[in-house]
Design a binder for this molecule. Structure first.
Ligand code: ATP
Length: 310
């Protein structure tokens, strides 16, 4: 039996993400779409506490719509813990306490962050010392966004979004996030995109799309230049998120009016991410949006992936 490196309890923090660029290709037979995306981890975190237990149990607090988080084996953090136990032959259990700040079904990968945090926390608590490449494999089996939540920073994701390559990003980018009371279902947003494309004939007779992140996106990140990045942010899912939730158009218009450089639906939405020139301009945009009755948060990126908090 291995000796646990962190007896008793381990606290891990993992970030939510923004898709600075998200190109979506055809749907594969396994149901997943081919993606070319750039993730940036931002300073809105999930805190996961893993405590010794004979059973696998879970508690969740934090965000307002905590009731919509599954408390059984559909919970990604619980699945992560059980998958790690099965992969390592660990025979005990764990109590996972999730303190969520990332909005549920908000397009910011909160569930994926919980899963990444649970992998890191249980590995430390149980002393299973799984090597990083093996943790990455387990993460990819849990969901396409989970490997990025492990790694954090800024990265290009291809395949289902789970094949990661770090992207150079200089300095810090300031974002204002406008969250919504009610989430959007990721599968429903992809289904809407497929329907929209087949109605408009897009992709039907085309050769397979070349799915690559445009060079200007990578150059803007490398230069740490928010103006250049604002000019080339893009999300293929935005059209379907706007069809599903037309009021997001007003949110984007308000943020731009308040002085944001650009606004984009994050992932499958409905969170809208505004890129701002400086921390001060982000504070101004945040307060303008709050005055207009919006739930607006000022965050920055890139930040590290799932980490043990001493
Ligand atoms: P996706 O990663 O699919 O783009 P998202 O970022 O929009 O999703 P999440 O908060 O990760 O949103 O949750 C999507 C769905 O996953 C939720 O509606 C919920 O049913 C389920 N889910 C499973 N585990 C969790 C978890 N730990 N926290 C939140 N939702 C979870």
């Amino acid at each position: 039996m291995s000796v646990a490196a962190f007896p008793g309890s381990v606290h891990v923090r993992a970030p939510g993400k923004i898709n600075v660029y998200l190109g979506v290709g055809d749907r594969h037979e396994d149901g997943y779409h081919a993606l070319a995306t750039v993730f940036q981890a931002v300073s809105l975190y999930e805190d996961v506490y893993a405590t010794d237990s004979d059973e696998f149990t879970l508690s969740v607090s934090g965000v307002e719509d905590v009731d919509s988080v599954p408390m059984d084996d559909r919970n990604l953090a619980m699945r992560a813990a059980k998958m790690l136990a099965a992969a390592t032959g660990f025979e005990g259990g764990v109590h996972l306490e999730l303190r969520k700040s990332v909005p549920v079904a908000g397009g910011m990968g909160g569930g994926s962050a919980d899963a990444a945090a649970a992998l890191v926390a249980c590995d430390a608590l149980w002393g299973t010392a799984v090597p990083p490449h093996r943790l990455h494999e387990l993460a990819a089996r849990l969901g396409a966004d989970v490997p990025f939540a492990l790694h954090g920073g800024t990265a290009v994701g291809t395949g289902r979004g789970d094949q990661l390559n770090p992207a150079l990003a200089r300095g810090r980018f300031d974002w204002v996030l406008v969250t919504s009371d009610e989430g959007l279902s990721t599968p429903a947003i992809y289904a809407r995109l497929d329907a929209h494309r087949s109605e408009s004939g897009a992709l039907a007779d085309d050769p397979p799309m070349s799915l690559e992140v445009p060079i200007p996106v990578l150059q803007a990140l490398r230069a740490g230049d928010p103006h250049s990045l604002a000019a080339c942010m893009f999300n293929d899912l935005e059209v379907s998120a706007l069809l599903e939730r037309p009021s997001l158009d007003d949110v984007i218009a308000e943020g731009l009016h308040a002085g944001a450089l650009s606004g984009i639906v994050s992932g499958s939405g409905p969170t809208v991410a505004f890129l701002c020139e400086t921390p001060e301009s982000a504070q101004y945009v945040q307060s303008e949006l709050q005055d207009a009755g919006r739930a607006a948060l000022h965050v920055h990126g890139p930040v590290p992936g799932a980490r043990i908090i001493a």
